[in-house]
Design a protein. Structure first.
Length: 476
């Protein structure tokens, strides 16, 4: 029965989405004909994110007309789902009164995000449109460092006192809960506003009305500092699986809460930034489809030039061993094998370590444990590849003379080199994120292309060092 209900609900959602897609041409026609009452009626069943997507589909000149046709109670919600560039364009078209109404209806955290992403002149203009209460609130939130949890905090929460009775607390929740961002958890503070506990709303509902709030407290509260990095809120919510976190100042005073939706936005931004950096480029601060071609071209060209200059060291290393290559041309056959094996092992180690550091699974103090683990892993992986390479050359030499009379020595050279290169790739790929973290850089900057370039150069040195040692007096 449950599966049937889910199936029906899924089909209903699909049909609704199809119907809305079919209505888009009619909506554009309504805008052209200025049929605002009909448009408002059609959009009455749409969710704010869907209306925000619709605004992107209409001509830029029609967006402000569409926005003005929206009911006042949902216009601010739709505005909050637009990205900062679209918000800025829209604000330029709205009157001061319309802008003032939007700003007053936005939640404090959404308003702070808007103000900090707009140009300074635009921010100053918007601040003059805020009410005295909203202006004080905005300046307080904007006073926290960039990327701090304080910038995401909303002061719309419900708190009660520990010495109140449950019935007093419930009366307070009924009176002020409608202004709160969420009432799943009720926060308990002392007379100075310091956070003591957070209690689930259902605990108040099932408690004896005559009991005190203190009697249902367990003093087990998870909070974050307003000055912590926003990633701390992401980690705390993931760890404790809670939809809202209380935010305190340096004295432990509860100043607000940070909610799940804002934290997920930060999590998505951080993950996107890490992926882009790990791809061998700086993080883009705008969506891909909004970046101009020339900016995108120069953006990628810079990193490709840096990586190309790094790869030029490979040519330098090969030039140093030019004499060995001329004497034993057979060594050139295995250069791609050696370089790719080292680059692959380094990229694997770097990928695992960057992700582990970003999730808080390992910290700087774990570097020695990680190094020992990667040393053993690299040694075993290199040995496996070395054995496969050795057998490949030996078996092939039974049917071909391509590797010459000294194929056993060539096989040993390739085998030992694979062990050394894979071991070095694992160590460098795993340790580089720790080094960058220690130097206060983003570990994600130890990108796969960067690690591969580093291991390519050192792999050539390792390979030819073993060749000179094992083939001296025969091929060399």
């Amino acid at each position: 029965m449950v599966i049937l209900h889910k199936t029906i609900r899924n089909y209903r959602n699909v049909l609704n989405n199809m119907l809305k897609e079919l209505l888009k041409p009619e909506i554009k026609e309504m805008i052209e004909l200025h049929q605002w009452s009909d448009l408002r009626e059609v959009l009455g069943s749409w969710e704010p994110p869907e209306i925000a997507d619709l605004m992107l589909d209409v001509e830029q000149s029609d967006r402000v007309l569409l926005f003005r046709s929206l009911p006042r109670q949902i216009s601010a919600d739709v505005f909050s789902y637009l990205d900062s560039e679209q918000q800025d364009e829209l604000l330029h078209e709205l009157t001061n009164q319309e802008t003032r109404e939007i700003l007053s209806q936005l939640s404090p955290d959404d308003r702070t995000t808007l103000l900090e992403e707009l140009p300074a002149e635009a921010t100053q203009k918007l601040l003059t449109l805020l009410s005295p209460e909203d202006l004080k609130e905005a300046r307080q939130l904007l006073g926290y460092p960039e990327q701090s949890i304080g910038r995401l905090t909303t002061p719309d929460f419900v708190s009660v006192r520990a010495d109140w009775t449950v019935v007093q607390a419930l009366e307070h929740i009924r009176q002020y809960g409608k202004y709160s961002e969420t009432i799943n958890r009720i926060y308990v503070t002392d007379n100075n506003g310091r956070l003591l506990d957070d209690i689930m709303l259902r605990a108040f509902i099932f408690a004896d009305p005559r009991d005190s709030v203190r009697s249902i407290m367990d003093l087990n509260v998870v909070s974050v500092s307003a000055f912590d990095d926003q990633e701390e809120a992401v980690r705390a919510m993931e760890k404790y699986d809670i939809p809202a976190l209380p935010v305190v100042d340096s004295a432990g005073v509860l100043i607000g809460i940070v909610t799940f939706d804002d934290v997920m936005d930060i999590s998505e931004e951080e993950a996107t930034e890490d992926f882009q950096k790990f791809g061998g480029m700086e993080a883009l601060d705008k969506p891909y489809n909004t970046i101009s071609f020339f900016f995108f071209f120069f953006f990628l060209a810079g990193w490709l030039v840096i990586l190309f200059v790094g790869e030029m060291l490979t040519a330098t290393a090969l030039a140093y061993f030019e004499g060995a290559l001329q004497k034993a041309i057979v060594l050139s056959l295995f250069l791609p094998l050696i370089m790719s094996s080292g680059g692959n092992s380094g990229s694997q180690a770097a990928t695992l370590m960057v992700r582990a550091i970003s999730l808080g699974e390992v910290t700087l103090k774990d570097w020695w444990w990680v190094m020992r683990r990667e040393f053993l892993s690299g040694l075993l992986l290199g040995t496996i590849l070395g054995i496969i390479g050795f057998l490949r050359i030996v078996v092939w030499s039974k049917f071909s003379t391509i590797y010459g009379d000294h194929y056993l020595l060539v096989a040993l050279t390739v085998s030992f080199s694979l062990v050394g290169v894979v071991l070095w790739g694992s160590l460098s790929g795993s340790m580089l994120p720790f080094v960058l973290k220690k130097l206060k850089f983003d570990p994600a900057a130890s990108s796969a292309p960067f690690v591969a370039t580093l291991v390519d150069v050192t792999g050539i040195i390792i390979y030819f060092s073993f060749a000179v040692w094992l083939l001296r007096g025969t091929l060399l």
